[in-house]
Each structure stands twice: as C-alpha cells, then as structure tokens.
Design a protein around this ligand. Structure first.
Ligand code: 5GP
Length: 201
C-alpha cells in the first residue's frame, strides 16, 4: 500500500477555505485533522468536531509533551495540529486534509516537504473585506488586522503548490477536488499498485 497524501488548505481568513475544506472532506471522505485551540467556541461549534477547545495552561502542557506537528499563535489565540493521528492515517494509506493559517502551512511544509499546499484567495481584496464584514464576527479593528494579514499571507506565495481563486464556492471546491485527483494520479504515488500489476511485489 502507498502512504496517504497530506494536503494543506490555507489562505487568509474570510477567503472561504473553511467552507471548501468541509466540502472536500464531505465529497472525498478524506481524513480531517481536528486542531486544538485556546480560543472560545463560536455559536454552533462542537468540541472534537470543529476544534478541541483547551485552556492556555492545558495547551502549554501539550506543547511540552511534544504532541503537536505544528503550533501557531493566530490573533492572540493558539492553534495546533496534533501529530499522532496524522502520521497514523498516512501510514495506513489514508489521505489527510488540513486547514491551517499560513504560518501553519509553512511549519508543515518544513516538517513534511511532500505535503501538497493549496492557497485559497478571493479574486481581490475588496471581496475579502466584504466577506469578512458579512460574517459579522469581527470587530472593526480585528477586521483591519485580518485584511493587513491577508496581504502579507499572499506575499508568501512561494510556500504554495497551487492557488485557487474563490469567486464561486462550487467551482473553487471543484478545483481543489481536481488538484486532489491529479496528485493521486501521479505515477510516483501509485508505485505499489503498478508493481502489484506487474507481479513485482
Ligand atoms: P478561526 O479562529 O477563524 O477558526 O481560525 C483562525 C485561523 O487559525 C484560521 O486561519 C485557521 O485556518 C487557523 N487554524 C486553525 N487550526 C489551525 C492549526 O491547527 N494550526 C494553525 N497553524 N492554524 C490553524
């Protein structure tokens, strides 16, 4: 069996990466990675599904115990990806999909260079601002912070293998699915299957 592939979806907050992420998980059955965070749950968010919500003290203990693949501070809260379930899935041939901020994408690429990274962006910054406002979860100052961060994040384009412009959510989701399919069809990701066909295993 070939190892699973690790995909990372990233991009500025408000670009729609969370929605695309959920849809891709739904359509492919790929394994999701549930992050740990110290931020407060939003309305409707469920422990163990959206995040594992932890206190800062609990979070620091997890860092000390080396439980994270990567951890980052985003807008004064901590976010981290638990390591063990990811490697277990990959070893068992399951593809894994992450949704992380751009710092997280960089840490993952560093630790796991085979990761396939996809940057999700709106067609322009005005649309990003409209979407952040429409979400209604940000104060004026956190909105400004997020817009400033979005520019810096796009500036890190060299970290990414693909970019998807999210104008229409259906099309953007389809484009991510197409990227997943193309990566899965690469010969180097099918060596075991090919060798089995050739009777070389
Ligand atoms: P939110 O608070 O809106 O759910 O997420 C804020 C930011 O944290 C988003 O950009 C999201 O992608 C990022 N994020 C969520 N989980 C992780 C994680 O495990 N690691 C990192 N580095 N960023 C994360």
């Amino acid at each position: 069996m070939n190892k699973g592939l690790l995909f990372v979806i990233s991009g500025p907050s408000g670009a729609g990466k969370g929605t695309i992420y959920s849809r891709v998980i739904q359509k492919t059955g790929m394994k999701r990675s549930v992050s740990v965070t110290t931020r407060q749950p939003r309305m409707g968010e469920v422990e163990g599904v959206d995040y594992y919500f932890r206190t800062e003290e609990q979070y620091q203990q997890m860092i000390a115990a080396g439980e994270f693949l990567e951890t980052a501070e985003v807008y004064k809260n901590f976010y981290g990806t638990p390591k063990a379930p990811v490697f277990e899935n990959l070893e068992n041939g399951h593809d894994v999909l992450f949704e992380v901020d751009v710092h997280g994408a960089r840490s993952i690429k560093k630790k796991y260079p085979e990761a396939i990274s996809i940057f999700v962006m709106t067609p322009d910054f005005e649309i990003l601002e409209q979407r952040l406002r429409a979400r209604g979860t940000e104060t004026e100052s956190s909105l400004k912070t997020r817009l400033g961060a979005a520019k810096r994040e796009l500036g890190k384009y060299e970290l990414f293998d693909y970019i998807v412009f999210n104008d229409d959510i259906e099309q953007a989701t389809q484009e991510v699915l197409d990227i997943v399919t193309a990566e899965k069809r690469k010969v180097k990701n099918n060596i075991t299957a090919i060798k089995t066909l050739l009777g070389q295993n």
